[in-house]
Design a protein around this ligand. Structure first.
Ligand SMILES: Cc1cc2nc3c(=O)[nH]c(=O)nc-3n(C[C@H](O)[C@H](O)[C@H](O)COP(=O)(O)OP(=O)(O)OC[C@H]3O[C@@H](n4cnc5c(N)ncnc54)[C@H](O)[C@@H]3O)c2cc1C
Length: 505
């Protein structure tokens, strides 16, 4: 191993920059000097308010008290996503965290469910998910500890939070752990004439920040990874044509729901993210199919309460950088690519990048084989999420606008086509290697979007039909009873983590 790292410079102070600063300072202590450079004049993207359950591991790494974190970020709890009008207009389904029912030894739950459904003896999937059942009743509690045998031990959850408050929260943790913040705009990058490694960045007001290792968290601009080091951007807009979002906060109308809602619109979809002090809303759309003015009008016409600020348009390109790590620089966050926020995966990708970087923490001269491994793993992670997101658009009966016609009939990646074919034939869902999304997720979305399986896994025949029917009925009954015992989401927040009254915008 080469000489140990003595200094790391993080360029950018959005969610990615402060997540990296907080995690690295927590793990490395003061053994490595960490400097974060950010520019108030440039600002942050300022959205990114829904998460997925692995964030609990990130919070644990930071030693965060969860109630304190929810209180400080005006947060709420999330049990999954409700999808409205996706498979067909007028339909809705729930993509829950956690699991459906339980597997019967080697027989997967979904095998039995498909068999019983074909026999007219299964309830809709939601009946077997504690998260879906609780969401329907606006209820929430954390899973009972230690893990046991009732659905209340298997509540999967994540958070909604205010992105600006989240960055501020992480900043407090990072600065307390010794991270130095430099305000200023990076205008130049100096590289070694021999091996091309980055030596330092130069700030507009003068002065340089030198380091052994750099983390590019500069957002869509990808200042180091893209602009300086030339990591090529793979454009996925032929599969995911949405390239704009218009966002606006609105006043709450009632207690926060314990789930995100995603409603399909004529040229994209609208998010609704409930926080304690407001609701976050946005319309993600394709500029080839809808103007910014029309998207803004659609968004404003579909809010629960009064808008609390002027709508803001964000522009993006969907895809990823070929390599997330080049030389002595790793990219995290939007500098490495972007997949639209349909399944709240961006913050997770930042977390995954940080975890892998810690696993492979280099010396001053990173080992090329390890860099290749990092890039391979991050590429696979991005690509798996990409397929899952494309599924939502492609598996639909909607043909009511040119947008839906396009996404319904487009060619999809071979990896997704294979999954669809397997599911249509056998009802099988699977998780490959390090896939983020579980069998529950694939089953929820495939079935919810109206994809039907012609047969079922032969393993389901291993149990007599009557016994299977009885077992599923028992799971549904136990699930409904357990959900009925959970407190209301609003009451749970009031009891554990109510934020101080804040101005909503
Ligand atoms: C419409 C939309 C909705 C989203 N919703 C979700 C969601 O619900 N869930 C989720 O997980 N993710 C979501 N995301 C993604 C999420 O917002 C980002 O992953 C997250 O905010 C991280 O952004 P970032 O830190 O990489 O970039 P940014 O927030 O853009 O931060 C970039 C930083 O770099 C600094 N910078 C840039 N150039 C320079 C320079 N020259 N000199 C100095 N500093 C510089 C900026 O000042 C800033 O501090 C969403 C994204 C969009 C666009």
């Amino acid at each position: 191993m080469s000489a140990p790292l003595t200094s790391i410079a993080i360029i950018g102070g959005g969610t990615a920059g402060w997540m990296a600063a907080a995690a690295l300072s927590r793990v490395l202590g003061r053994s490595v000097a960490i400097t974060l450079v950010e520019s108030e004049a440039i600002g942050t993207v300022g959205v990114g308010e829904a998460t997925i359950p692995p964030i609990q591991a990130f919070n644990a790494l930071l030693g965060i008290d969860e109630d304190d974190f929810v209180r400080a970020t005006q947060g709420s709890f999330k049990l999954g996503i409700e999808f409205v009008d996706w498979g067909a207009k007028g339909e809705r389904y729930f993509h829950p965290f956690g699991v459906y029912g339980i597997d019967f030894g080697p027989i997967p739950f979904e095998a039995m469910w498909h068999r019983l459904r074909a026999a007219g003896a299964a309830a809709p999937l939601d009946a077997y998910s504690i998260c879906a059942a609780a969401a329907q009743g606006n209820r929430f509690q954390r899973p009972l500890d230690p893990p046991g045998n009732t659905p209340l031990h298997h509540v999967g959850y994540a958070f909604h939070f205010d992105a600006a408050l989240y960055a501020a929260y992480l900043r407090r943790i990072a600065e307390a752990a010794g991270v130095a913040r430099r305000e200023g705009q990076v205008v130049d990058v100096t590289r070694d004439a021999g091996d091309g490694r980055i030596d330092s960045v130069t700030l507009a007001a003068g002065g340089q920040v030198a380091a052994d290792f750099f983390i590019d968290c500069s957002g869509f601009r990808s200042l180091l990874l893209g602009e300086t080091l030339g990591s090529v951007f793979q454009d996925w807009s032929h599969w995911l044509p949405n390239d704009r979002a218009v966002a606006v906060p609105s006043a709450n109308a009632g207690p926060p729901t314990p789930y995100t809602r995603s409603t399909a619109r004529a040229a994209g979809w609208q998010w609704r993210i409930p926080l304690q002090h407001r609701i976050g809303n946005g319309y993600v759309f394709s500029s080839a199919h809808c103007s910014e003015d029309d998207a803004t009008a659609t968004l404003l016409a579909n809010l629960d309460g009064a808008p609390l600020a002027d709508p803001r348009v964000l522009r993006f390109r969907t895809g990823r950088r070929q390599d997330c790590w080049v030389g002595n620089c790793v990219g995290l966050g939007l500098s490495t690519g972007f997949l639209e926020p349909l399944e709240s995966t961006s913050i997770h990708l930042i977390q995954a990048g940080i975890a892998r970087l810690l696993e492979m923490l280099p010396g001053r001269d990173p080992d090329p084989a390890m860099v290749r491994r990092y890039n391979r793993l991050m590429a696979a992670e991005f690509d798996g999420i990409r397929d899952f997101i494309i599924l939502h658009f492609h598996a639909t009966a909607r043909d009511d606008t040119p947008y839906w016609d396009h996404v319904r009939t487009m060619t999809v990646p071979d990896t997704l086509a294979e999954r669809l074919a397997e599911y249509r034939a056998t009802g099988r869902v699977y998780r490959e290697a390090d896939d983020l999304f579980t069998r529950t997720s694939w089953l929820a979305v495939l079935d919810g979007q109206g994809v039907r399986a012609a047969g079922h896994d032969p393993l389901a025949m291993a149990m007599p039909l009557d016994e299977a029917r009885e077992r599923l009925a028992r799971i549904a009954a136990v699930t409904a009873a357990a959900a009925g015992r959970m407190p209301a989401h609003g009451a749970f927040i009031a009891a554990h983590c109510a934020a101080p009254i804040a101005s909503p915008a």
